[in-house]
Design a protein around this ligand. Structure first.
Ligand code: PHE
Length: 407
């Protein structure tokens, strides 16, 4: 029989006949790739945050949006569904679509799960970023764990009509009208249109910051239980239309229940993996979970805005050999000379070269470098013997050509 309780992220949960979370999924909890150093998902996260920081300033010139990127992904069905007006019989609640810990507790299926609680805390402008979990097939574009960014902005009547010369006859609410394709029953069309304009301008601005001013995009009508009207933004990538986010005007019932009764709001949600795959030409969503330095080292940069194009790495195992030598004292030495010789001798069998240590002898003042050379063939397994031969040849050649002394 399976155990009656389960410990996840340091908390104990009871299990029941709804429990369907697996050890493989549990192993992803707490990895937080979206805030991992030098991870592509982390770069996209930061670029999105920067866009919002720049787009909305308070009266002192400070960012208006606050960021929540570390909220526990274990949520209640109230957070994930009820607080967002998702009906009891909605397909997205199915056991076949979510990872349940028990009947009332699951791994969040979207970061929107935290929208209502943050509004209830009194926040008007915020981003929620984190890992989300959905049962799905595993192929190059689907993985049961991925990362989302949600954004929410609430406005008062004064904020909405701040650019109108005589706002005295304008309102954001009206009573007695019915819901239409353009608006919810409580909202005035003029308030909705101003919010729609602000929302779309900001999100188009975001894809233009990420992909350049010439990116082709289009808006498509959509339906979500928690927004109305709702849209999806698609971008044209490699001649295909790709859906990258959902958004809309927040259902006023959500603002009523959370105490933001005098406001109208917009919300959006997007997936980080999609954007990162397009931005960096990453062909397989599984690569984001790779711990292989052949993947990770391609994303080492101190400028998150630099354009990086991922070059596919071989799936055969790596062989790593270190090499240390004293630099010549009387002639100039440059690491690039060394790199060229290694490439010359090792060819495509060399995947990476890293300078891992520099040491200066305090007495002799001589400098020594230590490099890690990672060998890997694209088509076949390299034997250590074969690698050692190449390595030896490199040692002989650099001793002769660069006047270094192998340690
Ligand atoms: N939560 C939605 C999703 O995961 C995205 C969304 C968020 C849509 C907020 C509208 C508003 O698909």
């Amino acid at each position: 029989k399976s155990p009656r309780t389960i410990k996840l992220l340091n908390y104990k949960y009871s299990t029941d006949n709804w429990t369907n979370i697996t050890p493989k999924i549990i192993s992803h909890l707490g990895q937080n790739l979206h805030i991992a150093k030098n991870h592509p998902l982390s770069y996209v996260r930061q670029r999105i945050i920067n866009h919002f920081y720049k787009s909305y300033l308070n009266r002192l010139g400070n960012p208006l949006f606050s960021v929540y990127d570390n909220i526990n992904p274990i949520v209640t069905t109230v957070q994930n569904f009820d607080s967002l007006l998702i009906p009891i019989d909605h397909v997205s609640r199915a056991k076949s679509d979510c990872y349940y810990i028990n009947q009332e507790t699951l791994l969040r299926a979207h970061t929107t799960a935290h929208q209502a609680e943050l509004i209830a805390l009194g926040l008007d402008n915020f981003l929620i970023i984190g890992d989300v979990y959905r049962r799905d097939e595993i192929d190059c574009t689907h993985y049961p764990v991925f990362h989302q960014v949600d954004g929410v902005r609430l406005c008062t009547m004064e904020q909405i009509f701040k650019n109108v010369r005589d706002p005295s006859k304008l309102n954001i609410f009206e009573y007695g009208s019915n819901e239409s394709i353009d608006k919810q029953r409580y909202h005035t069309l003029e308030a909705v249109k101003i919010m729609e304009y602000d929302l779309k301008k900001t999100l188009v601005g975001l894809v233009q910051t990420l992909f350049g001013k010439d990116i082709k995009y289009r808006w498509v009508n959509q339906i979500f239980p928690f927004t109305h009207p709702s849209w999806e933004l698609e971008i044209c990538f490699n001649d295909k239309w790709l859906e990258i986010l959902g958004c809309g005007i927040i259902r006023q019932e959500i603002l009523h229940k959370t105490g933001a009764v005098d406001r109208i709001g917009w919300a959006f949600g997007l997936g980080l993996e999609r954007l990162a795959m397009c931005l960096y030409s990453i062909p397989d969503i599984r690569l984001f979970w790779s711990t292989d330095s052949g993947f990770l080292n391609q994303f080492v940069t101190d400028n998150i805005n630099s354009s990086i194009t991922y070059k596919p790495i071989s799936l055969h195992p790596q062989c790593t050999n270190d090499i240390s030598f004293w630099l010549p004292q009387d002639i100039e030495y440059s690491s690039n000379d060394f790199y060229d010789i290694v490439r010359e001798i090792g060819g495509d069998k060399v995947e990476q070269i890293l300078l891992i240590d520099t040491y200066v002898n305090p007495k002799t003042k001589r400098t020594s470098h230590c490099y890690k050379i990672v060998y890997r063939h694209m088509e076949r397994v390299l034997s250590q013997e074969e690698v050692n031969k190449i390595h030896k040849q490199i040692e002989i050649t650099i001793s002769k050509q660069l006047n270094v002394v192998i340690r």
